[in-house]
Design a protein around this ligand. Structure first.
Ligand code: 5GP
Length: 218
């Protein structure tokens, strides 16, 4: 059996990465999802060991010291990292391992695993991004604003990803992602005009709402 592929899935908070990955796991064999470690508090409904391993900062730092994380990064005041052992074991078993991580983590994985595949998920427009963040009711308005500002910081990294996946229709999007990963679709999809338009859109929207100078730390 060949080694599996390491797949990074990044994207703005609210782009729908979670839904895409859930559907992929449901519809196709041979995918597994890495569960990250984080110092942020669980949201309502989140379960330790399912969404994340929720730990104290000291335990996180110990994992770093033991070389137990493949990558780690700080995101809006909290630490997030990918536990190494599970990923390496699953790759050896021939599974495609998906990491849902931020752009800083994505860049670290690119460096350490040059043959990994990096996907960036975006909503069709800045307006839809805001609506989705507001609609999921897990963050208050201040947190939504911070996540939108964070999206603006992350936008330039889209250039470094192999594929940009627009999540408009979930089902179509899932099949597209599967086609890309399984190699049925060989041409990298990067559309510089889209990246620029999206970034401008987001910037204008945040400017209009007077949010551009909000601090991004919680
Ligand atoms: P959330 O708090 O919304 O669950 O996640 C915030 C951000 O952290 C998201 O962009 C998510 O992809 C990212 N993230 C989750 N786990 C990891 C990880 O293990 N490493 C890195 N670098 N980012 C992560």
């Amino acid at each position: 059996m060949g080694r599996g592929k390491l797949i990074v899935v990044s994207g703005f908070s609210g782009a729908g990465k979670g839904s895409i990955m859930r559907e992929l796991l449901k519809n196709h064999d041979n995918y597994v999802l890495s569960i990250s470690m984080t110092t942020r508090a669980p949201r309502e409904g989140e379960v330790h060991g399912r969404e994340y391993f929720f730990v104290e900062r000291a335990a996180f730092e110990e994992a770093i010291a033991q070389n137990g994380l493949l990558e780690h990064a700080e995101y809006i005041g909290h630490l997030y990292g990918t536990p190494r052992a599970y990923v390496e074991e699953q790759l050896r078993e021939g599974k495609n391992v998906m990491l849902e991580i931020d752009v800083q983590g994505g860049m670290q994985i690119r460096e350490k695993f040059p043959d990994s595949m990096l996907l960036f998920v975006v909503p069709p427009s800045a307006k839809v991004l805001k609506e989705r963040l507001l609609g999921r009711n897990t963050e208050n308005i201040e947190q939504v604003k911070r996540r939108l500002l964070r999206a603006l910081d992350e936008a330039p990294y889209m250039e470094a990803y192999d594929y940009i996946v627009v999540n408009d229709d979930l089902e179509a999007c899932v099949e597209e992602v599967h086609a890309v990963i399984s190699g049925e679709k060989a041409i990298p999809e990067k559309d510089p005009a889209f990246i620029e338009r999206f970034r401008d859109d987001l910037q204008k929207m945040l400017q209009k709402e007077g949010l551009l100078h909000l601090p991004t730390e919680e």
